[in-house]
Design a protein around this ligand. Structure first.
Ligand SMILES: Cc1cc2nc3c(=O)[nH]c(=O)nc-3n(C[C@H](O)[C@H](O)[C@H](O)COP(=O)(O)OP(=O)(O)OC[C@H]3O[C@@H](n4cnc5c(N)ncnc54)[C@H](O)[C@@H]3O)c2cc1C
Length: 390
């Protein structure tokens, strides 16, 4: 596609830059207040707070190029923290499969960043093989509510979430993919216990969530009973596209170059080292190729298409690139990167480098492991049939 910026696009880019510069966080200000106000101002610009939502639900109705510009500019500017679970994962499901009552009930709070959601898909024996999930939801005789019992695992930010969107099993008959029901469950209630899991990088972001006889009103079921698998798959495609983080990687690569230029090597810097330069060049080539796949995906989204199997290409390549950036950061920091958790020494950028590197191991696991993405690409993009084994 043509990504030369027209005069209208250049004017838009300028408008975005001005918005981001004018509303940047001012040192010493109340961060929480600034964050909410930023989203309010972005909303007043005409849907800049929900850039990926369709126009019918308040989105800006941008062209692919405008989305591209927004991603580029926000990757280098300071924007408030935002979570994908409600905004980019649940919201599209509610827009496509929720009823009007659910859309009116949940979408405004998601848009106002008033509630935090988490994703209750994975279970101890259901990760890549998600359809194996066992968390049971039993409908009461009067049909008014479900009683949910089971365990979810790796639930990101469950400890700060107000709600969880959950895949539950309402039937054991037929194929595993059938009999899965999509429920919306408030987190702060009796019967829900959240236990922290501390990951390799030393942080607490994921949890184990135990649900015991949790009553869920039938109004909190999205779509039809037993049809949750179809909704869940659509959500995963949105999740995968979001995880690619191409614009952020472009900004991080730029940063990496600056960092390498700070590191003395012989008479020059690490940036003069042919072996390090070669790695940066390979990274840049892969990143640009992936960026073009993202542009194609943005173009079809702007024409109303839901993300398809190409989201697996973006997830696969995008997360591998993010890991390579983390690895090269640690490499540039050298021995100083190893001083993780100890008194800070050496280059500023090396601090936290190792923690970032270790945490980045998870990028190619969550949202569907790389091996699984390769399977999806082989089957649904390349059309390769699984070989028959005896
Ligand atoms: C940091 C982090 C955050 C997460 N956040 C969430 C969250 O918020 N909500 C949520 O629901 N889940 C979350 N997850 C779970 C994540 O989606 C799963 O970890 C992922 O789907 C893999 O499942 P698993 O861990 O059970 O590994 P497994 O499925 O047991 O896989 C183990 C290994 O076997 C490979 N493998 C499995 N099947 C195949 C196959 N068919 N072909 C080839 N190789 C295969 C995998 O690629 C992997 O390398 C998170 C995970 C992590 C690490």
């Amino acid at each position: 596609m043509d990504i030369d910026l027209s005069s209208d696009d250049l004017a838009f880019q300028q408008e975005v830059r001005e918005f981001l510069a004018t509303n940047a966080y001012k040192h010493g200000a109340d961060y929480a207040q600034w964050r909410l106000n930023w989203f309010k101002l972005a909303r007043e610009k005409g849907g800049w707070d929900v850039t990926k939502w369709p126009e019918a639900f308040g989105g800006p109705g941008w062209s692919p190029t405008q989305h591209y510009i927004w991603e580029q500019e926000t990757a280098i500017a300071q924007t408030p923290w935002d979570l994908p679970f409600g905004l980019s994962m649940l919201a599209p499901v509610l827009m496509s499969h929720g009823n009007e009552e659910q859309q009116n009930r949940f979408l405004p709070d998601i848009r106002d960043r008033k509630v935090n959601w988490c994703q209750g898909y994975s279970e101890p024996n259901a990760g890549s093989d998600l359809a194996n999930l066992k968390t049971k939801a039993v409908l009461s005789e009067d049909g008014s509510h479900y009683t949910v019992t089971g365990t979810k695992i790796w639930t990101t930010l469950a400890h700060i979430a107000d709600w969880i969107f959950c895949l539950t099993r309402t039937s054991d008959s037929g194929k595993k993919q059938e009999g899965i029901t999509f429920l919306l469950i408030p987190m702060k209630q009796a019967g829900i216990e959240v236990k922290p899991i501390i990951t390799l990088g030393g942080s607490h972001t994921v949890n184990m969530v135990h649900l015991t006889d949790v009553k869920v009103p039938v109004e909190n079921r999205v779509g039809e009973e037993g049809k949750g698998w179809g909704y869940a798959k659509g959500l995963l495609a949105h999740e995968r596209t979001g995880l690619a983080g191409i614009s952020k990687s472009l900004a991080a690569l730029e940063n990496l170059r600056k960092q390498a230029n700070e590191v003395k090597r012989g008479n020059g810097t690490l940036l003069d080292d042919p072996s390090y330069r070669a790695k940066l060049a390979e990274l840049e080539i892969d990143l640009l190729a992936t960026e073009f796949t993202e542009l194609r995906s943005l173009a079809s989204a702007a024409n109303g298409a839901e993300p398809g199997p190409e989201s697996s290409i973006l997830k696969l390549k995008g997360t591998e690139i993010q890991q390579r950036i983390q690895k090269l950061t640690v490499e540039a920091g050298g021995i100083y990167s190893a001083a993780w958790g100890a008194m800070p020494v050496g280059h500023m950028f090396a601090r936290g480098g190792m923690s970032g590197y270790l945490s980045s191991r998870a990028y190619t696991i969550y949202g569907g492991a790389s091996e699984v993405q390769r399977d999806v690409i082989a089957k649904n993009v390349l059309g390769i049939k699984r070989s028959q084994t005896k």
